[in-house]
Design a protein around this ligand. Structure first.
Ligand SMILES: Cc1ncc(COP(=O)(O)O)c(C=O)c1O
Length: 392
């Protein structure tokens, strides 16, 4: 293997012990649902106990105060103002809140690309059906040469009918980091709005939402921030907050963005309230160190797999379009051996104790590896050994 990338020093057994992952499992799919460290699990349990000590006090009287404390810490982490954040339970809910709130007219175009997350694609289709708008999905062909090439595919598809662009900060099937700022800057001063799907971004990229300048940004905290599942947010630029409502309309309808998002009916508030503990742990590990480790490990694993199997890299091998995941196109011969990608994924789990997603995308099967703080080079080397059996 040439030496473009060295793997980073691993976080070591102490950090690995924070995760409840099965000891004989090679877990290369942090990207789907995350994995919760012990300190964060304990913090959430403490919140559950606190809430149960007097549900009226913590859900009824002090919810606004405790959520404000969460927003303040989260706002520092993602570079925005606390009151521009609304809590949702997952990125899908954030995307849906924006899509359902915006008014579209017949013939309006909602623009995205073929790397869009499928659930988001469906939400766009549903909203288009309701309003007579049209979803336009442009291809960004693989391999992607560079950011300009990728982002120009979107920009070249803008027409006078384009109302909204939905663009991933980090794509799910293809694991590419998109320079969404290029799109945001290009549409500034026009009627086109930009919703960034940042489901994978917090904890994977250094964020500064205030300066990014998007109209809307939806993100998960359970993936790379390692907060509990059920903690996610939607950020809305102040001038558009009056237009955006949560998916759940409750007592506070039309009382403003903050009031509406703060109360969406009775909910388990433990996940959101645990976010500061997750952020504190992340910051104690060293935010830059975590970001750098995961990125370097992903870039190294990408190169390792591409070189071992002569996979054509789908993005530059220098890792410049990766964050903490990398996807590779598997040879079509596998499709003759395994009926569906899920069958191959299950085979890797059952026979090789490797959890890694095999994703069908544009008729190809993609292998996507994640690189988290509980991962180390040996995990990808184990994947190489296993894949050799199936790719022989
Ligand atoms: C790019 C992208 N967008 C949206 C989502 C939806 O996230 P959730 O299922 O948590 O709503 C995901 C989930 O992995 C994703 O990868």
């Amino acid at each position: 293997m040439s030496n473009v990338h060295q793997p980073p020093p691993s976080f070591g057994p102490e950090i690995k012990a924070q995760f409840a992952l099965e000891s004989n499992l090679t877990f290369l799919n942090h990207g789907s649902f995350g994995a919760l460290p012990l300190v964060v699990r304990q913090a959430q349990e403490a919140w559950r106990v606190r809430i149960e000590s007097n549900p009226i006090e913590w859900i009824g009287r002090r919810n606004i105060e405790t959520l404000m404390a969460v927003k303040k810490h989260l706002a520092r982490f993602v570079g925005c103002q606390p009151n521009d954040l609304g809590f949702v339970t997952n990125a899908s809910e954030g995307v849906n809140a924006v899509l359902r709130s915006l008014r579209f007219e017949a013939g309006d175009e909602l623009l995205t690309c073929d790397h869009v997350y499928n659930a988001v694609r469906q939400a766009m289709k549903s909203r288009a059906q309701e309003t007579g708008a049209r979803v336009v999905e442009v291809p960004i062909a693989l391999p992607v040469r560079d950011q300009d090439h990728a982002m120009n595919c979107i920009l070249n598809a803008i027409t006078p009918r384009t109302r909204l662009i939905v663009i991933d900060h980090i794509t799910s099937p293809t694991a590419l980091r998109f320079d969404v700022r290029k799109i945001i800057d290009a549409v500034k001063g026009t009627r086109v709005q930009v919703l960034v799907d940042g489901a994978h971004a917090p904890g994977a990229l250094q964020l500064s939402l205030d300066t990014l300048g998007a109209h809307f940004y939806a993100a998960n905290l359970h993936k790379w921030t390692m907060a509990p599942r059920g903690s996610a947010f939607v950020w809305v630029a102040p001038q558009f907050q009056k237009d955006i409502h949560p998916c759940i309309i409750s007592h506070e309808f039309a009382n403003g963005f903050t009031a509406e998002f703060d109360w969406q009916g009775t909910r388990d508030l433990s996940a959101w309230n645990t976010v500061p503990a997750a952020l504190a742990w992340f910051e104690k590990l060293g935010s830059q160190r975590v970001l750098q480790h995961n990125h370097q490990l992903a870039a190294w694993a990408h190169q390792l797999l591409c070189e071992e199997f002569s996979f054509e890299p789908l993005s530059p091998l220098d890792g410049s379009m990766l964050s903490c995941m990398a996807s590779m196109r598997l040879p079509n011969s596998l499709q003759a051996k395994f009926d569906k990608p899920e069958a191959f994924q299950k085979q890797l789990l059952d026979a090789d104790h490797i959890e890694v997603p095999i994703i069908e995308w544009n008729q190809h099967w993609l292998l996507r590896v994640s690189a988290a703080i509980h991962n180390e080079p040996a995990h990808y080397e184990r994947l190489v050994v296993a894949l050799k059996k199936y790719l022989a």
